[in-house]
Design a protein around this ligand. Sequence first.
Ligand code: NAP
Ligand code: ZN
Ligand code: ZN
Length: 372
Amino acid sequence: MTFQSSTPQASTASQASATSSATSSATTTVPALVTSSAAASFERSTIERRAVGEHDVRIDIAFAGICHSDIHQAREEWGTAIFPMVPGHEIAGIVAEIGSGVTKHRVGDRVGIGCFVDSCRECENCLAGEEQFCLKGNVPTYNGREYTGEETYGGYSTGIVADENYVLSIPEGISLDEAAPLLCAGITTYSPLKHWGAGPGKKVAIVGMGGLGHMGVKIAHALGAEVTVLSQTLSKQDDGLRFGADDYFATSDPATFKANRGRFDLIINTVSADLDLDAYLRMLTLDGSMVFVGLPENIQQFRVFSLTGARRSLAGSNIGGIRETQEMLDFCAEHGLGADVEVIDATMVGEAYDRVVKSDVRYRFVIDTATI
Ligand code: NAP
Ligand code: ZN
Ligand code: ZN
C-alpha cells in the first residue's frame, strides 16, 4: 500500500462494482486523514488500498472511533511510530466487494475491523483464537506492517481492504456509529471481564470512565456483576448510574480509598495516566485482581506488600481474539449495548484529541468518514 499526496477524491482505480466479484486486479484510491509526524496536525489526503485478493473484502468505512491509543501512537508516546500515519482501529462499515474465495461476508453486510488485520494463523495462540497474542506478532490495523512489509493504514479513511478472517460481523440492532467503538473499547473491557469471571456475586470496579471505561460499566452490568465506577470526579455520576453502575466514587477524595478498602474482586484500570497503584490494590479483596488495560507511557510502581497482604494479583489484558470479539458484538446486540458516541466530522479530529486527553469525552468520538 502506498501513500499518495494528492487532493482528496473518492476515486476507485479498480472500477470495482458493489457486487460479488472475482478477484479485482487494481488498487483503490481513497480519501484519508493523514498525520506526517508526532507534532503534525491531520490533513486530508488519499491512500491506496491493495487490490481485493481471493480472501479479501473491501469495506466502505462509515465510522471510525477515536481510541486513546490512536493519540498515544500519533503523538509517539509509546515510542517510534511509522509516518505518514492514518490511525483508526474501531472501524464500522459495509462490504462493497469480496474476493472469489470469500465465504464469511457478502456484499452489503455490516462489518467491523478492530486492532489487527492479520496474524500468523499457525502459532499456539492463533490456533487457540488468541490472535492478539500471536507469537509471530500480528499485523496492526495501522502503525504496523503486513507480513509482506507494506505499511498498514487504519480507519480514518473511506475504505479498507482486509482478509475476511479478520473482519467481524456487526449484528442488526446496533447502529454503525455506536458499534465502531466496540471493536476496541468493547472487546478490551469484555475480554478481561470474562477472563476474570465478572458475573453475579462479583464486585467489579471500573477505574476511569472514558471510552473503555463506559463500555466496561455497561458490559460488567450486563454480565450481572455489582459495578462501581472510580472516576476522578463525580461529574459523570448520572451517566455512570445510567450505564448500570451500582456505586460511584471520586478518586480525588481520599475517603474513597478508605471506604472501599478490601471490597472488590476485580478492578479494571482503563486509565491512560499514572496512578497510585498501592491505593487501588488495597481496595481488592482476598484473591482479588487488578487488571491493567490502560497503557500509560511511564513505568508504573507499587509496593509488593500491597499484593502479598491478601494474595492479590496485578495483571494486564490486551484487546481480544477474533472469536471473542464476535462473541462480544453478539452479546452487545443481545443486551442492547452500544457505545455512547459524539459523531464528529473530519475537521474536528485535532480538537477531539485534545478533549480526550483532558478527559472531556462523552464517551467516544466517532468520525463520520463521509466528511473526510
Ligand atoms: P479515554 O477515553 O481517554 O479514557 C481514559 C479515562 O481515564 C479518562 O476518561 C479519565 O476518566 C481517566 N483518566 C485520564 N487521565 C487520568 C489521570 N491523570 N488520573 C486518573 N484518571 C485519569 O481513553 P480510552 O480510549 O478509554 O483508553 C484508555 C487507555 O487504555 C489508554 O491508555 C489506551 O491506550 C488504552 N487502551 C488499551 C487497550 C488494550 O488492549 N489494553 C485497548 C484500547 C485502549 P475519568 O474522567 O472518569 O476519571
Ligand atoms: Zn483502541
Ligand atoms: Zn500466531
